[in-house]
Design a protein around this ligand. Structure first.
Ligand code: HEC
Length: 141
């Protein structure tokens, strides 16, 4: 019984060995190269499409907003300077409807709005920015 199994195993080995190994390998290599290049292109597209702050975490942004911004911007309003709300039309009007502009202003501050550099980490500023833009698009409902 055991001997029989062993010979069978050996036969299989020989059969595998008989297959032109080069061809087998190069086909596999070819496939691997294709898979790798598809993966690389995928990663590149993913990185481009979701590079920060689109990658930012709006759930964390919401918490950061409540703790740091809501005192002046509750509901997307502006309690200090009424016209400068966080609503889409106001953001567009004042050139603030972009992640770059909001990140810049939150980091550096502007007039009566304090700078958050040092108080919030860059990643937190990205998160809160993503939240503001998301809410602006949703109309702060
Ligand atoms: C002490 C009150 C105060 C706090 C706190 C505050 N802001 Fe502001 N914010 C302002 C004022 C005042 C302006 C108008 C600045 C100007 O243009 O002179 C403003 C403007 C803005 C604008 C531009 C609005 C527009 O229509 O042009 C954005 C975006 C913004 N704030 C985001 C934030 C975020 C995000 C936070 C929290 C990290 C925050 N603010 C915290 C007072 C505040």
């Amino acid at each position: 019984m055991t001997a029989c199994l062993l010979t069978k195993g050996a036969d299989k080995l020989r059969i595998i060995k008989d297959i032109p190994l080069n061809m087998f390998l190069s086909q596999r290599e070819h496939k691997m190269k294709r898979i790798v290049s598809v993966l690389l292109v995928g990663i590149a597209i993913f990185t481009l499409a979701f590079s920060s702050p689109a990658f930012a975490d709006t759930a964390s942004g919401k918490k950061i907003f409540s703790a740091n911004c809501a005192s002046c911007h509750a509901g997307g309003k502006n309690l200090v300077q009424a016209n400068k709300t966080l609503k889409k039309d106001a953001l567009e009007k004042y050139g603030m409807y972009s992640a770059e502009a909001i990140i810049y202003q939150v980091t550096k501050g502007k007039n009566a709005m304090p700078a958050f550099k040092g108080r919030l980490k860059p990643a937190q500023i990205e998160d809160v920015t993503a939240y503001v833009l998301e809410q602006a698009d949703k109309g702060w409902q």
